[in-house]
Ligand binder design. Sequence first.
Ligand code: ZN
Ligand code: ZN
Length: 332
Amino acid sequence: MRKHQKKCHRRISAAVIFLCIGAITLAMIGSSSGTAITLEQSEQQETQETIISHSGSGVSEEKMISVTRSDGTVDTLTLEDYLIGVLSAEVSPQFYEEALKAQAIAARTYTESKLQEGQPLCDDYRCCQAYYDESQRRERWNERFDENEARLREAVTATSGMVLCYDGQLAKTFFHSTCGGKTASAEEVWGTPYPYLVSVDCSWDTDAPRYQETVELSVAEANACLNDGVVYCSASPSEVPVVKSQTASGRAEEVSYGGTQWKGTDFRQKLGLNSTNFSFEINDGVLSISTIGYGHGVGLCQHGANGMAKEGYTFEEILTHYYPGCYLETQS
Ligand SMILES: [Zn+2]
Ligand SMILES: [Zn+2]
């Protein structure tokens, strides 16, 4: 259990569809404005379907790419080194090998989509993918740096050039930490259906560190978080939020609280909750909200992937489980 800390953002990974076969003109990305796009902008981006044709092969792992950091500086590095930085921020280097490879392919596919669209890369997970540079990795890993670095480099090089496709296009490789037993469809989270971003069972993530979490906040705090300067919520100290409807995967679609019907995703975002799979309790004016899972729930479940790898599944089996109907393609 943790005390509630106001968190304004939730985890989002967005990707855009492109054709898998064809040349990519990789524009060297210079320094962008250095400001991450807002949550609202990124959500709009996520729900857009941008399909751009191109011809030729993929982005070479040796090609230099640029990543704008949160302080406005730009790191220029190879795709391979960038993917190691993404993996280091997205998953534990102690994950099983096949799970690391699956994550490497999901991250590569996502990155290539961005590059093909000519969008800049940054290290903000709400806009692009989380990323740690080498000095951050050294600081986090200390004496395990060499071992961890080698594990991630192996996952990236063993899958060199591999991307995930659906029907001749790069797949939208959304991923998240922990689905909590069942992934969510893109349609139920963002309103846009994709044939391979559908809900699938996942029985492999129950050991995830954030599988279940309870936050406590006073009703006054809940009202303040939900109001954002305008009074939408006027819950009484005895009111318990009610899940009015559920999505196909069992997450909260609509929550009734304080005189307002909230979309489950808005309720989660405003209160900084781990997922939309909530349950509620109230004791002496303190609202306890328990969540199962961590993240939006769409696409690859990182901890589920690790559980699958532990049971002996290959990276291909992991990817085709979480992105059914997709297939691997290796770009030269
Ligand atoms: Zn970005
Ligand atoms: Zn899962």
